[in-house]
Design a protein around this ligand. Sequence first.
Ligand code: CU1
Ligand code: CU1
Length: 288
Amino acid sequence: MAYTRKDVSTLTATEKRRFVRALLELKRRGEYDDYVRMHIEYYTSDGEDGLRTAHMAPSFLPWHRKFVLELERALRRIDDSVTVPYWDWTHLRSARSLPWSDDLLGGNGRSWDQQVTTGPFAYREGNWTIKENVTDGRFLTRDLGRARDPLELPTRTELEAALNDPVYDVSPWDSTVTRGFRNKLEGWGTGRGSASWHTHNRVHRWVGGVMLGGASVNDPVFWLHHAFIDLQWTRWQQRHRGAAYQPERPPARGTAQYRRVVARYEKLPPWDVTPDSLQDVSRIYRYV
Ligand code: CU1
Ligand code: CU1
């Protein structure tokens, strides 16, 4: 039986408590930081050599689908009632709405050092010390809406524009493409500053703090954000029946993207799965 992932605004008090408790237990065991490390390790961009898997590439969606699934499996080994909820930022658009409540992820960072001081992940609670990629401090940081230079969350219209694109991705399969569902959702744009951050990327910018870089997994909102991104892939498939992951075949030897992207039937590192095998997960979970 497939389990369900819920909209965070529909969680009961008990569901919130159990989700938080499972995250804290995973952190206490030292396993949570393995996920932070893995995300840092796979943070390869266009400008670097080598295979891109997690970002700026077609496999952005299957990579994060598998990544959330692995985390969710670890949480469910601790408490089998737990699933990763999703944050629909087209509806929950304020720093005072969910998921920023004291009984879930806690609130904004304080003004002078962006330190989160409320909720279960506040440093002073002693259960959420940042261990990977510590630059400014060992505490969780946020700057919701970016106080000094305010920024809005992406709109429903922007998300719809991504969902309406019937093509999954196009050559050269990187952060520069302007067509295709994948980059319209991942959100690499042209121009400078906030005008160039769209959809998925813009949400990372809006949350700020540790969510800005490769160590973004240090903020548990990462999972709620990526569950919602993952839901968009499912919606896109429903809207464009028969459309599938691209590229179907690997870029040819001698071309710029040779060995830089994962094709539909190739292995998606670090796992022994292909993008094709991750296209339909309806037997594992579904969204409500
Ligand atoms: Cu990522
Ligand atoms: Cu992300």
